[in-house]
Design a protein around this ligand. Structure first.
Ligand code: G3I
Length: 590
């Protein structure tokens, strides 16, 4: 159910003929004071959403980036809706606890991979990469560790652990956090190495040793040093950044097989806002060592922020946006991984609860699995990030279980292979499902990323900045593919009729034709709205119209299906010389 706008507004219930975007302008600041509540992106949380419209994994992949999350076995295996969200949104999965010593080692002589194996299979089944956390840490250790491991046997235990665990997943792991949180500026040492059992038993060389053991066990995994508290503009973070950089320089200078730095990014919000300027130089220095950089545990602690959820969500979203703008500007940053994905399950609840008892809201999706402003920040930051060279090992687009033999199968598969559309967590595409105007905006924006933005941007009264489709709608309108209705209304959740799709594509490609006599080809030409005749004629002449099942039946006012949108978009790409023609009996050729 759409939440009501706070401000009464006239509904312009108009026919298709009024596709003009003009009307009294409402400035962005007025919108903010309108305090518009977001239109839900789905009336029913169990309804799978058109992944290409909101999947962070898909938008990240188009930039050669990885988006994913760290989650717990208990939540992933018992909460189906949550598991669907993880599969829909994440291109990489990290067990938050299941690959730590405490979870893997019930006793000094036993290894138990059951839960981590289940998570590895979940990742495989959903076309996700798998990431290991963590082989060497001073926390997450089993109870027997302290009374069993000592200076004499520590190397044996370390070697056996890394060889068994990294060996068990060899070839399956995108990357490992080999050593976690080894720097502690509060310590007395010049190198600021944390006083851990590993340091006490093996000396500072334990770090190099761990990386060499991991490289031996799994030569293909990206071996990572992971740490926290190196993100904000604070003196403590600046001190820690310098110590981490010195550690990385030492490791690289001695030939340690390390390929990446993991920046945990457990950020915190502050009523006065926070800055991320100093990290920019640090990222450049790390990249200059030839290291990849991954954001490995992103979330925003909102303890110090106001209780009001809407205000807190916006402040958290601003921290996501400010941090990601800086880090994604550095091409060496190749992955963004959040620590959890929904406020339904966050480690902060048990460790850093708010004094007022309000639920914490640190993640991109709320406890009802709905996208929040922080999700919009992630989407926008990824959209604006420079494209990376594609990453080896990214899962290739899968074929969809429910399009085999479908009339639009080749159109759908071709667009999926181009990362323009994607399917649902259950591996289907749902070809006969309708498409909303917001979803169409997301697809057409991906299909024509280089189209020039000549039109003015428009702030629609029913599309607030935190709406998941805000940036796609803005882009589609500026590129001339879509217009709104009078009164600055967009109707993002309205199912888009076939004729609107045809008009949108012809408009975006600047096609027009006065020769509307070609429309007589359609047996139902009289149903074509007057406003659309010129554009439909142009699209018809440019072979952009596909009519199933009867090629001479246009059905202009019937809502378009996902399959039909795929066919129309594909034919528009053919017209723009960006795709090879597909010979189809349903293609209108006049
Ligand atoms: O699984 C056992 C359960 O069998 C037992 O009954 C219960 C009783 O204490 O403990 C359960 O293990 C807990 C585990 O989380 C799984 O829920 C541990 O006690 C608890 O200490 C552990 O906390 C984790 C913490 O790391 C320490 O390992 C948090 O969930 C996890 O979010 C947190 O994650 C860390 C990263 O690994 C490193 N970076 C910081 C980040 C946040 O602290």
């Amino acid at each position: 159910m759409h939440k009501q706008l706070l401000l009464k507004r006239r509904h312009f219930l108009i026919g298709l003929g009024a596709l003009t975007g003009m009307g009294t302008f409402t400035t962005a600041s007025q919108l903010r004071h309108l305090n518009l509540l977001d239109s839900d992106i789905s009336a029913d949380p169990s309804v799978a959403l058109a992944a290409e419209a909101i999947a962070l994994r898909a938008s990240a992949r188009t930039k050669g980036l990885l988006f994913g999350a760290a989650v717990n076995y208990n939540n992933l295996s018992s909460d189906q809706a949550y598991a669907n969200l993880v599969a829909q949104q994440c291109g990489i999965l990290v067990p938050a606890n299941e690959l730590k010593w405490q979870a893997l080692r019930p006793s000094p002589s036993q290894f138990n991979f059951t839960r981590a194996d289940w998570m590895a299979q979940f990742a495989r089944r959903n076309g996700m990469l798998f990431r290991g956390h963590t082989l060497v840490w001073h926390n997450g250790l089993p109870n027997w560790f302290a009374k069993t491991v000592n200076k004499q046997n520590a190397e044996k235990f370390l070697r056996e652990h890394i060889s068994r665990v990294a060996g068990h997943y060899a070839g399956q792991m995108h990357s490992w956090d080999v050593v976690n949180e080894a720097i502690d500026p509060r310590g007395q040492r010049g190198d600021m190495l944390r006083n851990t059992p590993w340091l006490r038993f093996l000396g500072p060389d334990y770090i190099d040793l761990a990386f060499r053991m991991a490289a031996e066990a799994d030569p293909r995994a990206i071996l990572t040093y992971n740490d926290f508290g190196i993100e904000h503009d604070t003196p403590q973070a600046e001190t820690k950044r310098a110590a981490v950089l010195r550690l990385l320089e030492r490791l690289k200078s001695r030939g340690t097989p390390i390929q990446a730095l993991g920046i945990q990014a457990h950020l915190f919000g502050h009523p006065d806002g926070v800055n991320f300027t100093q990290i920019r130089r640090f990222l450049r220095n790390v990249a200059d060592l030839g290291l990849e950089i991954m954001i490995t545990e992103l979330d925003v602690n909102d303890q110090q922020l106001p209780r009001d959820p809407a205000l807190r969500d916006r402040a958290v979203a601003n921290v996501y946006a400010d941090f990601l703008e800086v880090v994604l500007d550095q091409p060496a940053v190749t992955a963004v991984i959040t620590w959890g994905i929904s406020d339904r399950y966050t480690w902060l609840s048990s460790t850093k609860p708010r004094k007022d008892g309000a639920g914490l809201r640190p993640l991109p999706f709320d406890a009802q699995l709905k996208p929040k402003p922080a999700w919009q920040s992630l989407t926008s930051a990824i959209a604006q990030a420079p494209t990376r060279p594609s990453q080896p090992g990214l899962p290739t687009p899968t074929t969809f279980a429910d399009i085999q033999g479908h009339w639009a199968q080749r159109y759908i598969q071709a667009l999926a292979d181009k990362n323009i559309i994607s399917g649902f967590p259950d591996g289907t595409f749902k070809p006969n499902a309708p498409v909303t105007r917001a979803e169409f905006a997301a697809i057409v924006t991906k299909a024509f990323p280089k189209a020039s933005q000549n039109n003015a941007s428009i702030e629609f009264v029913d599309v607030s900045r935190s709406f998941w489709g805000y940036s796609a709608i803005q882009t589609a309108v500026r590129r001339g593919f879509l217009v709104g209705y009078p009164g600055r209304i967009f109707q993002p959740s309205q199912q888009i009729p076939r004729v609107q799709v045809i008009v949108a594509l012809a408009s975006g490609l600047n096609l027009s034709s006065d020769n509307t006599s070609v429309l007589s080809y359609y047996q139902d030409a009289t149903q074509i709205p007057t406003y659309a005749m010129n554009k439909v004629a142009a699209a018809t002449q440019r072979q952009m119209v596909v009519n199933y099942p009867t090629v001479r039946q246009l059905n202009p006012n019937r809502n378009a299906t996902r399959a039909e949108v795929a066919a129309f978009i594909y034919q528009a790409l053919v017209d723009a010389d960006q795709a090879q023609s597909i010979n189809s009996p349903y293609l209108v050729q006049v």
